[in-house]
Design a protein around this ligand. Structure first.
Ligand code: PGA
Length: 248
């Protein structure tokens, strides 16, 4: 039985006083039935750690670089993420793939660096509307996943998460229907099976793309949806708490 994970991806939003209030409310509400993790902008990771240390709520980074130290102005190291107690790191979010031109190989290098620092990468994959309309969804998503997992190699596949986030559903208010999402999640589960029964059984597959308190229940009722990566709806504490209590 996979424990659900609800992840709040705040992207480049919220200031320190907003984060302080949000985390205070969230800690009071957390429980053991669902894993909750927040992903603040990197500059607020220390503040987030200080607020959440010793609670049941996890925290992580929205992105890292693939090297541990060195002359990489402006980047954040996986070593620093680990030093500040991150449990998870998001890799390959579509905004990074599209706006910052990250390739599957770049994403694979980050995935490996995160695993090697004993954190759990959340590997984001998903098709554009054009790719869906052309009937390429399964091929696109399979390639995004298999390129990364093949480069990582079986020793690195003990603890990671996949997030299926159709690009056309992110920040648009258009969610995939539970049936559309489940079709892709089932395909991902089958693909994971080729890396071992254990990998397929243990790995959580999150859905992301306009998740909110109105649609999370029907999405979570699908056999292969193990949680949500929530963007816009995670910026409001009340809305995020509702999502978490519905999943709980
Ligand atoms: P959204 O973002 O919930 O605003 O669609 C999800 C994400 O990009 O992770």
């Amino acid at each position: 039985m996979r424990k659900p994970l609800i992840a709040a991806n705040w992207k480049m939003n919220l200031l320190s006083h907003d984060i302080k209030e949000f985390l205070h409310g969230l800690v009071l509400d957390s429980s053991k039935l669902v894993d909750i993790s927040v992903f603040p902008p990197a500059v607020y990771i220390q503040q987030t750690r200080d607020a959440l240390y010793g609670t049941q709520v996890h925290w992580g980074l929205q992105n890292v670089y693939s090297h541990l130290t060195g002359a990489f102005t402006g980047e954040t190291s996986p070593l620093m993420a680990r030093d500040l107690g991150c449990s998870y790191v998001i890799v390959g979010h579509s905004e990074r793939r599209i706006l910052f031109k990250e390739s599957d190989e770049n994403v694979a290098a980050k995935f490996c660096a995160v695993v090697d620092q004993l954190m759990n990468p959340i590997l984001c994959v998903g098709e554009t509307l054009e790719q869906r309309d052309n009937g390429d969804t399964m091929a696109v998503v399979s390639k995004q996943i298999s390129t990364v997992l093949n480069i990582a190699g079986s020793v690195r596949l003990k603890s990671f998460t996949v997030a299926y986030e159709p690009v056309w559903a992110i920040g648009t208010g258009k969610t995939a229907t539970p049936k559309q999402a489940q079709e892709v999640h089932a395909m991902i589960r089958k693909l994971l099976l080729s890396y071992g029964e254990d990998v397929a059984e243990k790995t959580r597959i999150l859905y992301g793309g306009s998740v909110n308190s109105g649609n999370v229940d029907s999405l979570m009722n699908q056999a292969d949806i193990d949680g949500g990566l929530v963007g816009s709806a995670s910026l409001d504490l009340g809305e995020f708490q509702s999502i978490c209590s519905i999943v709980r």
